[in-house]
Design a protein around this ligand. Structure first.
Ligand SMILES: [Zn+2]
Length: 208
């Protein structure tokens, strides 16, 4: 997708892990920052390929305050000076774990005006402040860990061992039924580039 890049950064616990870069007029938005020097290198390499640098990143959105999504934040914040955004409920954990205080704490329905509109979708359960991002202009949801996938593109609710409240995490998937989307981009597992809403509706049925 033009202006939207998936960066494969690691295999963690047997799971592929991805972060996303949104290329908007006026700067880049980085969605999650990974957790190891290798993750950092992968993002650096992608920025190089794009012909940009860390300093071009103006905003960092952390989908939720779990280590594999945020541990590199102090370093990335230092390199970019970017504004750090997180969902309401995860800001304390972000600060405790990384020492970085979020600049902006967003809740359900909040809108970031860049990149054709990035709407905040709060789906608590995986963590209290767990977010999906609805990219209006792309009819795409960046799901973070709200949904997991396998290597074939089958979807599932986040596994219990990773969730703060697994019952809520499953139940709240129904929130996604309110959005009009074709593509679903995950942090862990194969992305679905078309027909994603139908697959998610089926998952919601299974999880209800
Ligand atoms: Zn994760």
């Amino acid at each position: 997708m033009k202006g939207l890049r998936a960066v494969e950064i690691a295999k963690a616990d047997g799971l592929d892990t991805e972060v996303y870069i949104l290329e908007c007029g006026g700067g880049l938005i980085l969605v999650d920052v990974g957790f190891t020097p290798q993750c950092h290198e992968s993002i650096s390499a992608e920025l190089g390929e794009m012909g940009v640098t860390w300093e071009d990143v103006k905003m960092i959105i952390i989908t939720h305050a779990h280590g594999d999504h945020m541990d590199n934040l102090p370093q990335v914040r230092g390199l970019t000076g970017a504004e750090v955004v997180i969902g309401e409920g995860d800001e304390g954990r972000l600060y405790e774990s990384t020492g970085v205080k979020a600049d902006v704490i967003l809740g359900h329905g909040d809108l970031i005006g860049a990149c054709g509109g990035v709407e905040i979708v709060h789906v608590p359960g995986h963590s209290d402040g767990n977010l999906c991002l609805y990219l209006r202009g792309y009819k795409t949801i960046i799901a973070g860990d709200t949904i997991f996938g396998d290597s074939e593109g089958n979807l599932e609710a986040p596994p219990e061992k990773y969730c703060e409240d697994v019952v809520e995490a499953s139940k709240n998937l129904s929130i996604l039924a309110d959005y009009d989307f074709d593509a679903l981009l995950l942090s862990h597992g194969k992305n679905t580039m078309a027909g994603a809403k139908e697959k998610v509706l089926k998952l919601i049925e299974v999880c209800a």
